[in-house]
Design a protein around this ligand. Sequence first.
Ligand code: AMP
Length: 368
Amino acid sequence: MIKLHDKYFKPYLSETEILSAVKDLADKIAIDYKDEVPIFVGVLNGAFMFVSDFLKSYPHPCEVSFVKMSSYGGLTSTGIVETLLDVSEDIEDRSVIVLEDIIDTGRTLQELIHMFSNINVKEFKIASLFYKSEIYNGEYTIDYVGIEIPNKFIVGYGLDYNELGRNLKEVYQLNQKHMINLVLFGKPGAGKGTQAQFLKDQYNLEHISTGDLFRFNMKNDTDLGKLAKSYIDNGDLVPDEVTIKMLEDAVDKNPDASGFIFDGFPRTTAQAEALDKFLATKNMKIDATIALEADDEILIQRLLERGKVSGRSDDQDEDKIRNRFDEYNQKTAPLKDFYEAQGKFHRVNGIGAIDEITMRLGKVIEEL
Ligand code: AMP
């Protein structure tokens, strides 16, 4: 067992197993390209070790270059920020074989394909040392695969966990400790944010509130904030694709978390489905959805009181509050069935003293 940052990893693939897979890949590709000089393009950072051993096993003349890809956390798309392509000649009419260390969902791969789609290469192929076929959801069929692996987080042989572990000769697999991921469910004003503050300390969880994230963006006048403002001011839901992307980015920013409290998300069936799918790619899941229940009339009074203090535009006008309840009844309430079908739905009485309610929530969590 080794420890990188806060996590433990156990041995998974030995150096011999890896090198033999690399050699097999090189042999296969050598047969297909023996009559020409292909250009191998390594994808940094993870593929540097694979590319090095691959080239040592490749028996014919070839060129090598690298690309470095990284996604920016913008709203609309992810893009390539750095391209270090440096080949001796024009790559038009040459065969390009991309060397990837690992392909999982296929997101990076999609960007790579997009990048090369503008260049008229003779042939474009992808070789990946590791391949998580279970979660790959791209359309492109991977041309050369070294080793198919299950959907477990791995490090070593170029692959990192927060930059550590790249120098290991072997590959290690995450030794998973138990994680708790909760959805706090309920109408506006039910006390989700208040309770999350207590639960997050008690169970060492990251609290992600989509409402807070939107308000933070509005305060800082970001593109996302500008986009969300009109919806929020009217008490309407922000469109799913925007909210889902923002939530995924927030989870990605916390790779070390021992669990999450999702507060105010999901609010639509599309969001709930996206959340399940996204968590599955990380080997995570929702453990429980806990609904804080309270009467509309009590909630309206609470929200109007809160509006006086917080200055939130959507908490000061009864019509807007009622609109938020309508949005909840139409779009969010059906999620009860969604989570009930998964056996994860729990109800808690949201009326009472704050600490009493925290205790009710704690009781549900302890029994998970
Ligand atoms: P909240 O603070 O959770 O009450 O959220 C305030 C407002 O932010 C909501 O009325 C929506 O306009 C927007 N919002 C927050 N979370 C979501 C979500 N999951 N989906 C769509 N809109 C959201």
